[in-house]
Structures are given as C-alpha cells and as structure tokens.
Design a protein around this ligand. Structure first.
Ligand code: NAD
Length: 466
C-alpha cells in the first residue's frame, strides 16, 4: 500500500519522508510520508474549518458516523493487527486483542454523551451547567499501543463535537496511516487529520494557537515539556504519562495461581505498558517460591517475531528503548541475582530475554526508574506497611496491584497505595466507562468514563433570574 497522510479530507504525500523499522529485524520496512510545519498548519486549519458543522450535529448524528468508523475497523481488523505486529513487535494475538479493544472502545465512546445539568431551579433562579466542545484537539501518541491509544482520543474528542489532528509516534505510524486511508470517506473532510513527524512537530502542535486542547500520552519527561509549552495559551491539557507500578504479594497467596498473572502483568508487550508491573514486593514466606515460578515462566517464554505462531514475547519496539533496557540489564547483574534471562538475544532485531532479578536493593536504578522492558525486579518484605511505604516512595502513581487470598485484606492494602488505579487479584482491567488517571507525576486530568469525556468539553454555567 502507498501510505499517505490525511489532511483536509485528502490523502497526501509528505513534504518529507520517514523510514519505519520492523523491530523484529532492525531493517527498514517502509518509507512513508512525513509532514513539515506547513502541512501541520494546513491540518490544523482544516480541523478548525470543519469544527462549526461537526459540532452542530447532534450526538445521534455523530454517533452514527463513528459507528461506521468502528464497523470499517472491524471489517479490516486482521489487516490492522498484522500491520501492528510489523511496526510495534507484539505477538499477533496481543495485536488482535489491541485492535478488538480499540473497536470496543470506539463504540463505547460513541454511545456516550455529555449534556446539560440543572444545578438549581426554584422560584427565583435557574442555574444550568451546559457543555460545549472545545474546538481542535491535538492528539499525541506513544509507540506501545498505537491503535488503542489513537481510538481512546479520537472517540471522546469526536463524539463530543471536537475535530482532531492526530500524531502517532514516529516509530509506529503505519496503523495510523492505514486508518487514515480507511476513514477518509467516512467522515466530513477535516474532522480527522493524521500527520506524521520525526519527533519534531509535537512541540509545534502544543504551541499552535488554533489547537484548543492537547491530549498527550507518553513519557513523564516529555509530558513536562508539553505542560510548559501549552502554558503560553493556557490550552486544555490531558497528560497520561509513565509509571513504576508495584505488585504487592501478601503471605496468603497461592503462588502457583498468581505467578503466571504477575508474569503477564510484567511481560505482556515485552513490558512496554504504562501500567505494567515494574517491581514486585513479595512477603518473605512466599518469596522463594514466587521467584522460582517467575523464573520458570521466563525460561518457558517464547521470544521471537510476533508474527510467528507460538511467540509470547516480541522484540522491544525501537532501538533506543532496546539500548535503554540493555543498560537496565547491567543494573540487574550488578545489583541483584539474575535467575532468568539477563541478556539480549543474539539475533537481528531488538529482542531481550525475559529477565527475573531477585535480592536486589530497593535503591537500584532498576527498581527506582521505569524500565519499560521485560526485566522484573522482585524484592521481599516482612512487614506489609514497609512494602506499601516503598511502593509509594516514588514520583510515579499510575497503577499497582495487590495479590492475596483475602479480598478484604487486599482492598485495605490497595486503599493505601498512591496510584490512580489499583487492582486486587487482577491486572489491566480497564473498562472504558471507568475513569483512568495518573496520580503524582504519572499524569494530569484523565481519560475514560464520563469525567474523561467531559475533559473534551467546556462547562458553561447559565444563571437565570426568574
Ligand atoms: P515519548 O514521550 O517519547 O513520546 C510520546 C509522543 O510525544 C510521541 O508522539 C513523540 O513524537 C511526541 N513528542 C516528542 N517530543 C515532544 C514534545 N517536545 N512536545 C510534544 N510531543 C512530543 O514517549 P514514548 O517513549 O513514545 O512512550 C513511552 C512512555 O509512554 C512510557 O513512559 C509509558 O509509561 C508512557 N505511556 C503512558 C500511558 C498512559 O496512559 N499513562 C500509556 C502508554 C504509554
């Protein structure tokens, strides 16, 4: 397919080009168009021009159009999933799960709406809160869930009446461009614009005077730059950022039962999930057995090209992340005992063996930072309050989990964790109608749920004397 960007209802070539690498081989898979600043400006102007008519439609009219987009995505789900593996690296079943989740998310958002709310009505006054769309939304995405995260921004932005300029990460632009081709004739021109950059246009978007809101998902470091940049025009802003989620494993668990769940929480998508379990605190009475089980699961994992049947862990998504995770492997070897993996796989592409590290001090860089890769440190504790204190002793606060046979105990421990989401005896259950937001430096504002939807609107209070 000849990849094109979508600007003002037209599929267009780029002023520039970009090479896209297949992480399973390290070789260039596609050379695609990328925008210069003039093309970005054109996309924003198109979204601005499309806004009055799109925002004037009823929720039902917009819903019908978004349902058509979801239908089209569903009809080509397999094509999207395979392309996702090519650009992102994850095993095909995980890519299929991501695409299915994205379709379900789009349908969920399409079914939602924001409305008026009467705050007070009596003999002398009527006070009503109304909600209006903001205008042009600038959506900036990372490379770990390109399809899902794009739909988590397009769905709420469009159903509430905004138009959008969406920019995927430069290393995972292919599914966004396939979506551009698919969506071109399904929506009025300018409602969705998709541009590609080389990490250079995000900063231009966040300063653009005609972008009313920035919805950003990515690292905390970039999120801070985004926040500084939007300050000049006080744009509305949602930041979904990094995490260093802890799993706390209590003394009453059935280790055989929970170990595979914790392993998946740490290793799905090769550990490249904002909400992945990035450190484990296990009670000393179950520590030995848990470490042994996690190491066994790591040894059994099939690390290979995501398109090969049976692969359970694919490559890291890009070379920079691969190099970063290799440096964390050095920390693992220097600071702890590596009981599984511990090395990059000797082959082309960006493969790292799933690695389990025990007896590592809490002060190690591998424990303190977001590794975003398949390298899991496992620590032991005797006093659960100690484990909770260590869990909370971080600038991050995205997610976390508690594992126990006693749900009420789990609930009590979860209630002390300083995170936006804490799971008890499960992981990554994220219904789209439930708010999702990061605490501390893991985010600002939130997505999903009615609250997430309302972040794409401006409240207006109309206060009438009767
Ligand atoms: P990143 O911050 O490097 O890049 C994210 C996006 O920002 C890319 O599209 C990039 O081109 C763009 N960008 C780069 N510089 C910019 C600037 N100055 N202004 C505006 N945009 C700019 O993140 P990444 O490495 O692609 O993604 C991994 C990170 O994302 C991890 O920290 C992960 O935890 C986080 N993440 C968070 C969530 C969440 O919902 N909280 C979800 C997925 C990933």
């Amino acid at each position: 397919m000849a990849y094109k960007m979508l600007i003002d209802g037209e599929l267009v070539d780029g002023a520039l080009t970009l090479d896209v690498v297949n992480p399973a081989t390290g070789a260039v898979a596609e050379t695609i168009p990328r925008a210069d600043e003039a093309q970005l400006n054109k996309a924003v102007a198109a979204a601005k021009a499309a806004f009055p008519a799109w925002s004037a439609l009823s929720f039902a009219e917009r819903r019908a159009k978004l349902e058509k987009v979801a239908d089209a995505l569903e009809a080509r789900a397999d094509e999207f999933a395979r392309l996702l593996v090519l650009e992102q690296g994850k095993p095909l079943p995980q890519a299929q799960g991501e695409v299915a989740g994205a379709i379900f998310g789009l349908r969920t958002f399409a079914a939602m709406e924001t409305g008026s709310r009467t705050i007070r009505e009596n003999d002398v006054e009527r006070i009503v809160e109304q909600r209006s769309p903001l205008g042009v939304v600038g959506a900036i995405m990372p490379w770990n869930f390109p399809v899902m995260l794009m739909m988590m921004k397009i769905g709420p932005a469009l159903i509430t009446g905004n138009t959008i300029v969406a920019k995927p990460a430069p290393t995972t632009p292919l599914t966004a461009l396939l979506f551009a081709e698919m969506v071109k004739d399904l929506l009025p021109k300018g409602v969705i614009n998709i541009i590609i950059d080389a990490n250079d246009l995000g900063a231009v978007m966040t300063q653009h005077p005609d972008i009313a809101k920035v919805s950003f998902t990515g690292s905390t470091a970039t999120g801070k730059k985004v926040m500084q940049s939007v300050a000049s025009s006080l744009k509305r802003l949602t930041l979904e950022l990094g995490g260093n989620d802890a799993a706390i494993v209590l003394d009453d668990v059935d280790v055989k039962d929970v170990a595979p769940k914790i392993f998946d929480a740490a290793m799905t998508n090769a550990g490249q999930i904002c909400l992945a379990t990035k450190r484990v605190y296990a009670h000393s009475s179950v520590y030995e057995q848990l470490c042994a089980e996690l190491a066994r699961l790591a040894d059994e994992a099939v690390v290979d090209d995501g398109l090969k049947q049976g692969t359970t862990i694919g490559p890291l998504q890009n070379k920079a992340q691969y190099e970063k995770v290799k440096a964390y492997l050095d920390d693992a070897r220097n600071d702890g005992n590596v009981i599984a993996g511990g090395h990059a796989v000797e082959r082309e592409g960006y493969f790292i063996s799933p690695t389990i590290v025990r007896d590592i001090p809490n002060s190690s860089r591998l424990v303190q930072e977001e590794q975003f890769g398949p390298v899991l440190p496992v620590m032991s504790f005797d006093n659960v309050e100690d484990a909770i204190a260590k869990t909370n002793d971080t600038d991050y606060g995205l997610g976390g989990s508690v594992w126990t046979s006693d749900v009420e105990r789990g609930f009590a421990v979860a209630s002390k964790m300083q995170s936006g989401t804490v799971w008890v005896n499960k992981w990554l259950d994220m219904p789209f109608d439930v708010p999702f937001r990061g605490a501390k430096q893991s985010g600002l504002g939130g997505e999903n749920g009615q609250e997430g939807l309302e972040e794409y609107t401006q409240a207006r209070i109309v206060n009438v004397a009767l």
